[in-house]
Design a protein around this ligand. Sequence first.
Ligand code: C5P
Length: 234
Amino acid sequence: MEQLLVALDVDTVAEARALADRLRGVVGGFKIGSRLFTSEGPALVEELASRGDRVFLDLKFHDIPNTVAGAITAATRLGVWMVNVHASGGRAMMRAARDAAHEEAARRSRPAPLVIAVTMLTSLDQEALTDIGLSASVAGQVERLAALTEAAGLAGVVASPQEIAIIRRRCGADFTIVTPGIRGAGDSKGDQSRTLSAADALAAGASYLVVGRPIIAASDPRAAAERIVAECRG
Ligand code: C5P
């Protein structure tokens, strides 16, 4: 299923490769985040991308525009399909990210990666916003940053299940919304507090779902992924 992306949140290339090999054909792509990237580096990103897997490089860049542009250029060179930045890095940083992706992709005659933005980390609540000096509500801040992301020309945002509807209404049908926090009835929630089932998240307007532990920690990851696909189609 195109829309189902699996978070390869493991420590070694060997574990990640084994998971990708089991899941290929059932899922639509693999997310590589800071845990695996920091322990193992970019080799697996390049390996998966060069064999045709869609790789979402989830490193949430947040720096001055020139530095973020350099990181996005490097990610584009690795062949990633999707990559992200923090929307709070601002309009100029997001534009620099988008331009870098398009320029490097054009140099290599390949499609540019989708550059998306994290609006608010789902781990931040109202108190955490106040701590960093923001008086807006969480929902208000998410909507504001999603609109800024769209205005900066990015493809979309990462959003919690609760935020999908607001963003879809504000940013329209073509805006990409990538949603983690997916849990089925029998799944442990772990540290995710605001969750939706895969089918409900798609119905609410998500473009892609990111699922980690319900698949990668299952005794049979492929069967777990197939169950999610069946639930979405059912
Ligand atoms: O294991 P689980 O299904 O909770 O994994 C969700 C993945 O999505 C993790 O890689 C996590 O870092 C990521 N993520 C998230 N919430 C966000 C952004 C990313 O859970 N707001």
